[in-house]
Ligand binder design. Structure first.
Ligand SMILES: C[S@@+](CC[C@H](N)C(=O)[O-])C[C@H]1O[C@@H](n2cnc3c(N)ncnc32)[C@H](O)[C@@H]1O
Length: 404
């Protein structure tokens, strides 16, 4: 495990004192990212992009959105064909960050979507952090001809939509619990406050498993055949549990009357995630483009992220009536949607534009780099009314094997 002491800012020391001096890791992570005043996202301290703290696929170039728009538009057409009385077709983006993906998707969708369907289109953004919401509003201000609104999942549950819900790099930011093996016994990891003269420090402590975590571990064993900790794991083995997926899927499922949910995120299969060789899980923090294992350092100034586990994610979604359609790696999804064609078309670039073409080629290759963004997973789920018989074949081009 990473080193166990870090400076604690005064605001966090106050919160910890109010809780008797310590908190579960998930609470620490939630404060660090989402505290309304000091959290890394809610305060606006974090910036996504090449000149910010970390990059995401849409922050590299508009190619990601243009390729994704091809698939989204097919789903809008499917919905329009199958449910012609559907008056509004929504694209909901959960966790839109700087608003880059929504911005580029609007341009791309408008250019390829049949007008009769685009007339029914609306963009809905779900963002819990005010500073990010403000940036998204600024970014999208020029689209005065398109219906755009911000809301939250509780409101969407009351007024569910038909369309597509997109969750790109948001589930990895949901607060996780961390567990650690000590003398053959599993504990939860907590964060505790130490006062030394006038300074405050954060340290890890071991906490007996809460009932919530015990129940989850039993569920993973029963439904995913997954034993945590893995057999023969060494003392000090630690990992993460996405205990917040269940309530998230419950809300998302109730928000979607009919249509699809596409999740794109860092993910690993259970045998790679909860493996005795993976001794410190997947949790890391990002600041100024550098990754660190010291995730309790600089709370409120760093992004903290943990990979998802494929099997657990699918199990939690299916429990909430989301029908699993398939999953693939981002590299294969983007190749199926036409990325190879974009790279080869760069061959026709004239000499004066060679440097732009080289930059474009680099960002396209970064999207499919197997050790980077290309290793991301795309998961597709569907919601359709009971006994509904499709008039059209459900398009899922991104799951097709790429030809190139
Ligand atoms: C890593 S960023 C992803 C940004 C964007 N999707 C992209 O790809 O560039 C995470 C975003 O999700 C937001 N967020 C975090 N937890 C959320 C939640 N429970 N519901 C909605 N948004 C959330 C953050 O404020 C931030 O805007």
């Amino acid at each position: 495990m990473e080193s166990s002491s870090a400076k604690c800012p005064k605001w966090l020391a106050k919160y910890l004192k109010e809780r008797g001096g310590s908190a579960l890791f998930s609470q620490f992570m939630d404060w660090s990212l989402n505290d309304p005043v000091h959290g890394a996202y809610s305060s606006g301290n974090l910036k996504i992009g090449i000149d910010g703290d970390f990059v995401t696929s849409p922050s590299l170039s508009n190619d990601f959105a243009e390729l994704l728009a091809v698939q989204l538009t097919e789903w809008f057409k499917d919905i329009d064909n199958d449910y012609s009385d559907c008056e509004t077709i929504s694209l909901v983006e959960i966790g839109p960050g700087e608003g880059n993906l929504s911005f580029d998707l609007l341009i791309a969708i408008e250019s390829i979507c049949p007008q009769k369907i685009f007339n029914k289109f609306e963009l809905v953004l779900v963002e819990i952090n005010d500073a990010m919401k403000e940036r998204q509003k600024k970014k999208l201000i020029s689209f005065s001809n398109i219906k755009i609104r911000w809301t939250d999942l509780d409101d969407l549950i009351k007024n569910p939509v038909s369309g597509v819900i997109l969750a790109h790099e948001i589930l990895d930011a949901l607060p996780v619990e961390r567990v650690i093996l000590r003398n053959k016994e599993l504990y939860q990891i907590g964060v505790t406050l130490r006062e030394a003269e006038t300074n405050y420090f954060l340290e890890y402590n071991d906490i007996p498993l809460t009932k919530k975590v015990r129940v989850k571990l039993e569920e993973y064993k029963d439904k995913c055949n997954l034993i945590i900790p893995p057999e023969d794991a060494l003392d000090g083995w630690n990992s993460e549990l996405h205990i917040n997926l269940e309530p998230w899927f419950s809300k998302v499922s109730s928000s979607l009357k009919l249509g699809t949910l596409l999740i794109i995120d860092y993910a690993l299969s259970a045998n790679k995630y909860y493996n005795k060789i993976r001794r410190s899980g997947t949790i890391v923090s990002y600041r100024k483009q550098s990754m660190s294992n010291e995730v309790i350092n600089l709370p409120g100034l760093c992004d903290i992220t943990a990979h998802l586990c494929n099997e657990i994610l699918i199990m939690e979604a299916e429990k909430n009536n989301l029908r699993f359609i398939g999953q693939t790696k981002q590299s294969l999804a983007l190749l199926s949607l036409g990325l190879a064609g974009r790279i080869s078309s760069l061959r026709d670039t004239c000499n004066s534009e060679i440097s732009t073409a080289l930059n474009k080629r680099e960002s396209l290759l970064r999207l499919v780099d197997p050790n980077g963004l290309g290793g991301f997973r795309w998961f597709l789920f569907e919601v359709s009314p009971k006994d509904h018989v499709r008039k059209t074949v459900f398009d899922k081009s991104f799951l097709d094997e790429p030809i190139d």
